[in-house]
Design a protein around this ligand. Sequence first.
Ligand code: FAD
Length: 419
Amino acid sequence: MEVSKKNWDVIVIGTGPSGALIARELSRSGKNVLILEKGKLDYSIHIPKMLRKKEMMFVGKGRTLVRGIRTGGSSVLYYGAAFEPPHELFSKYGIQLVNEVEELKKELPIGPLRNEFIGPAARKLMECAIDLGYNWVKLDKFVYQDLPMTTSFPFAVQWNAVEFVEDAVESGATLLNGAGVNQVILNGNKAIGVKYRVDGQPEQEAYAPKIVLSAGGLGSAQILQNSGIIQAGEGFFCDPLILVHGVMKGIEGGTEIPMGTGMVESKEGFVLTDITLPKLVYQLFSIQALRSHRVFDYHKTISIMVKIKDELGGSIKNNGKIHKNFTEIDKQRMQKGYAIAKEILNHAGAKRVFRTAWTSAHPGGSVRIGELVDSNLQTAYKNLYVCDCSVIPTAWGLPPTLTLLALAKRLAKSLLNGE
Ligand SMILES: Cc1cc2nc3c(=O)[nH]c(=O)nc-3n(C[C@H](O)[C@H](O)[C@H](O)COP(=O)(O)OP(=O)(O)OC[C@H]3O[C@@H](n4cnc5c(N)ncnc54)[C@H](O)[C@@H]3O)c2cc1C
């Protein structure tokens, strides 16, 4: 098919939760949708390949950042925690997401895990945290609890955005994999198309009256820079996290659904949850933390994740360079969360507790609402919209997927209403 000659109604760039949902809603309503996705369908966790594809990179000394360049975006790698958007924050920008969240909750498997799916480590942590006076509760998850549960890391029972991509294609959307978008084509102040390259072939063009960038917190900022919006990527957050591991008898480490329970300290700016990692990831973090001897402890490890809200800062460059210096406030937050994690693990009787280096998995805030996009998520260029983690307007600190889906639902409605 000649992609460049076809009359598309909308081009969607990226198939993470936001792009996939927009493509699905628009194609279901009869729009001619072209989806350009840089990655391909891939469920593997192969660290050298992830480094090569820039799915894993360094944002500072020894501090990694992970995202998905694949169909379904980062949701293929995510841990399925579903956090309600901070509605008050979005109200300040004239954005109401309550109805969209309600609609999503009716459609997707969102809710707390049934008791039988809370594993022994998570149960122990919850019991000990409550005993110490912390508000440790069950968290909402994107998990199909009626599917047979596996005893390995449970990616297979989590909802992810590939489902929406498949729905979009079934409804008539065209998905082009391996298609990396470099730049938006402009006519005066209006976006009219995009330039993209498939697997290193010569650059091609596709045209549509509406363009939606959903290339993620890094990707959308880079495409905008290439398109003349040079402020994109000046300042971002990444919600850094550490893992605090201890060993304990009677724990079947590696067999639990992660992030089923936890505590949210919004004022303090951190979240603590139980966590189970895929074995290889646990082993790599142990080696990075100079605990090579702990790689064999996987099945007796009990762990807490400490994730903080980092301040906006650093920069994302269109030459691929991502840099961020974390502030003293960020470091103090992490230290406070770590102290609580250690206290809970010690109370649980865990031994040989250690923490990993900082990593992060939510790059965003790089194309902020109120600065580079308006409350309809439109940029300074007419007909060019951005909808993904990059538009979050402030420092964040929460798993963002439910918020991104709600923003995408809202944008899809407004595009269909011709607003
Ligand atoms: C290990 C891990 C665990 C996580 N756990 C949770 C969790 O429990 N709960 C939660 O809510 N969130 C979690 N997240 C975060 C969540 O997955 C992301 O915040 C969310 O997927 C971001 O959605 P997005 O649409 O902004 O971008 P992404 O999902 O990153 O999608 C961007 C898409 O754009 C494509 N793309 C990029 N550049 C280009 C280009 N130039 N041209 C074409 N396509 C391009 C990418 O391939 C990708 O498909 C986790 C993330 C990771 C990595």
